[in-house]
Design a protein around this ligand. Structure first.
Ligand code: GAL
Length: 691
């Protein structure tokens, strides 16, 4: 047992496996960031209360769980929030249809309202029993746990007992392993424990400014001309958009991949240039399963697993040589040509498909890793493959990925899913912040205008404003119904719907300066830009089960509506809150019933906030996107610090960055802007102060 880094304890049990998330990590901990956090003198509980034991099935670790502690995390859990009382097996799976722990991005890390986090350093499909088991004997004293007095005699009494609300344990069963390292992250608060975990991972990511703009993915079979037509139509229709994504049709043998441009894109460089000219960034769909026709096939053969997926090799991306080979090819074929980022599809697992949709857990890989471990590693190793290209080019990027795992926060990759329940998608935004992940509740087709607009509102208040139109020919505001959309049968009221959607996307553009500075806090301090209420208010039991509201940055509370809801309950934590739309004031600590017309997403601003809103532009390259309307809420006592840098490179790490503080003097009725730094980068300026 030792203090590994300030505020982080490592406990080693038995003989840990060689291949684990920490042993395979690609980023060093952010030691400077960690050093700047206050360190409590003591671990959150006596560490000798954690025990480990080798069993025939693998290894078991037991950790204490206090009576009132609430537990969150375990990665992108789309179907549950507060994990206390649950059993979760962390399997990588692209179809997490049942609440058993399956996830695109399971992460063996949980946090507690008692103010600490626990990382179980394993790539195995570990099972977490969170306060829902009861041993016969106390594991420390050996005495019987139940006494006569606590034994109940009726079914009703038994059901009422709810043992998971007692002092209990978190039991973790790790298959195969003969030992494991456990990392404990101290707080003192839950949020600080998460910060410490993210900084231990290497710090949060910092996307380029354009990455936070609007994304649109073209239908999968679009060709070069159709892509450009769409690009032009968005500018003509004044639809904000920074990123256009090409789906599988851009390359041959999309399932599996040759990584080569298909006949639909005869002049990819011209396409890239034409998109750049129009201020779009080009994102390319891809996955790693390498077809025999790929120029990389022979090179990758010695580095591939022993099973095929879609007649393609599965490259062992945990090996440096493999990542280098793939990275070199991607750099040369796409990035040098103008591709700004990737969508790394299908890197999770699937159990529901008859074709070899993924490799079996029993696979063998040249690094010695087996298929179970590889499923955990694959998404993150793929992210590292691609991220390394952009780091070498000193170019920041923002991408999509379908799978991830522990220590992911440094990666500018956003998770997405083929599932499509808006309620679950909102829970994804709320949950991802516990585990160093980012998630987009992307918009595709809809069931109605209302459904479309409500979904779009949610996506605008998420890490990535993604419209994934891969199976619809026309933008969803022209026709929300998939079949009719593809038949070019536009809705009679499409112009009106388009106007609503345009306004919604403009709101995203207005919030960019605020969002960008929130991401800067993610990279520099490890504070997730999107987070559950309980993360900031762990002592307030009213927040413990709230998985349909969240904070965006430090000042905004978002409570999305879903089609069919004309109103909804909104819990506002302690303090005063202001309605973004009406300026009405609410006293927190209560639940209000909020009704909103279709065009409005319930949005509340913390009292005393100075909130900068950019002028809405069609893309982030427009200098007007740096012109600010600054709104003052309450007395405006909370200044806000914005970040100025080139928005594109890593130069900010070498000091090419200014911090701009906007403050408000209520007595004088005057606002001020103070720039700290003299980096020669695009500057923010004030359009007006709005009181
Ligand atoms: C799916 C992916 C979709 C889309 C599609 C191909 O696997 O989740 O978002 O990319 O493949 O166009």
């Amino acid at each position: 047992m030792q203090q590994h880094l300030p505020g982080i304890w490592r406990l080693t049990f038995g003989e840990p496996e060689l291949a684990t998330p920490v042993s395979k990590r690609y980023h060093e901990p952010d030691r400077a960031g960690l050093a700047s956090l206050p360190v409590p003198n003591e671990a959150p509980f006596t560490l000798d209360r954690i025990t480990g034991q080798k069993i025939t099935r693998g290894f078991v670790v037991e950790l204490p769980l206090g009576a009132t502690e609430q537990i969150y995390g375990l990665g992108l859990q789309l179907l549950s929030f507060n994990q206390r009382g649950m059993k979760k097996t962390l399997r990588v799976n692209s179809d997490p249809v049942v609440n058993l722990g399956d996830s695109h991005a399971p992460v063996p890390f949980y946090v507690s309202t008692a103010g600490y986090g626990v990382l179980v350093d394993t790539a195995r499909y570990a099972t977490f029993y969170i306060g829902n088991t009861q041993k016969v004997r106390d594991r420390h004293t050996g005495s019987l746990v139940s006494d006569q007095a606590s034994i109940v005699f009726s079914t009703q009494d038994l059901q009422d007992r709810r043992p998971h609300e007692d002092e209990s344990t978190v039991t973790v069963e790790i298959p195969v392993a003969a030992g494991v390292d456990i990392y404990i992250f101290t707080g003192p608060t839950m949020r600080e424990a998460i910060q410490r975990y993210n900084l231990f991972s290497g710090g949060g990511c910092f996307p380029p400014r354009w990455g936070l703009g609007v994304w649109y993915r073209c239908r999968a079979d679009f060709d070069q001309q159709q892509v450009l037509q769409l690009a032009d139509s968005f500018r003509a229709d004044e639809i904000p958009c920074d990123v256009l994504g090409l789906e599988p049709g851009w390359q041959t043998h999309s399932y599996s991949c040759s990584f080569a441009w298909s006949g639909k894109f005869l002049e990819p460089r011209r396409l890239a240039d034409a998109l750049t000219e129009r201020h779009y960034h080009m994102n390319l769909w891809t996955h790693a399963f390498t077809h025999a026709s790929s120029p990389l096939y022979n090179e990758l053969m010695p580095y591939a697993g022993d099973y095929e997926v879609w007649q393609g090799l599965v490259p062992d991306l945990t090996l440096h040589e493999t990542r280098q080979a793939l990275g070199r090819f991607f750099a040369h074929q796409h990035v040098d040509m103008g591709a700004a980022g990737y969508k790394l599809d299908e890197c999770d697992n699937s159990d529901f498909n008859s074709s070899p949709w993924s490799f079996p857990e029993l696979s063998h890989f040249p690094s010695g890793v087996d298929g179970e471990q590889m499923h955990s590693f694959f998404g993150l190793a793929f992210q590292e493959t691609v991220d390394a290209i952009f780091r070498e080019h000193n170019q920041r990027s923002y991408h999509d990925v379908r799978s991830s795992h522990a220590l992911a926060s440094p990666y500018s990759f956003v998770l997405y899913s083929d599932l499509y329940d808006q309620r679950d998608f909102i829970r994804g935004v709320v949950n991802s912040g516990f585990s160093g992940l980012l998630w987009t509740p992307e918009v595709r087709h809809a069931e109605s205008v209302e459904d479309l607009v409500r979904r779009l509102q949610t996506v605008v208040f998420s890490p990535q404003a993604q419209i994934n139109a891969w199976y619809i020919k026309n933008p969803p505001w022209k026709q929300w119904d998939r079949q009719r959309n593809n038949a070019d049968d536009f809705s009679p009221d499409w112009a009106e719907v388009q106007a609503i959607c345009r306004d919604t996307l403009r709101l995203r553009m207005r919030l960019l300066p605020y969002l960008y500075s929130s991401f800067y806090r993610y990279t520099s301090e490890g504070i997730p830009p999107f987070r559950a209420l309980v993360m900031d208010y762990p002592g307030d039991p009213n927040t413990w089960m709230i998985d349909d509201e969240y904070l965006m940055g430090d000042r905004l509370l978002v409570a999305p509506l879903i089609a069919g809801q004309k109103s909804r309950p909104v819990y506002l934590p302690q303090g005063t809150w202001h309605d973004f739309w009406t300026n009405a004031t609410y006293t927190g600590g209560t639940t209000i019933d909020y009704s909103a017309p279709l065009t409005i997403i319930p949005l509340f601003i913390k009292d005393n906030t100075v909130l900068p809103l950019a002028l809405p532009t069609l893309h982030t390259a427009d200098p007007q996107s740096l012109l600010l309307d600054v709104r003052i809420y309450g007395e405006g006592l909370l200044p806000i610090t914005l970040i100025e840098d080139d928005g594109l490179t890593y130069d900010y790490r070498r000091g090419r960055l200014n911090k701009v503080t906007l403050s408000w003097d209520a007595a004088a009725g005057l606002g001020s802007m103070k720039r700290d730094g003299d980096a020669d980068v695009p500057y923010y300026s004030i359009n007006q102060w709005q009181v």
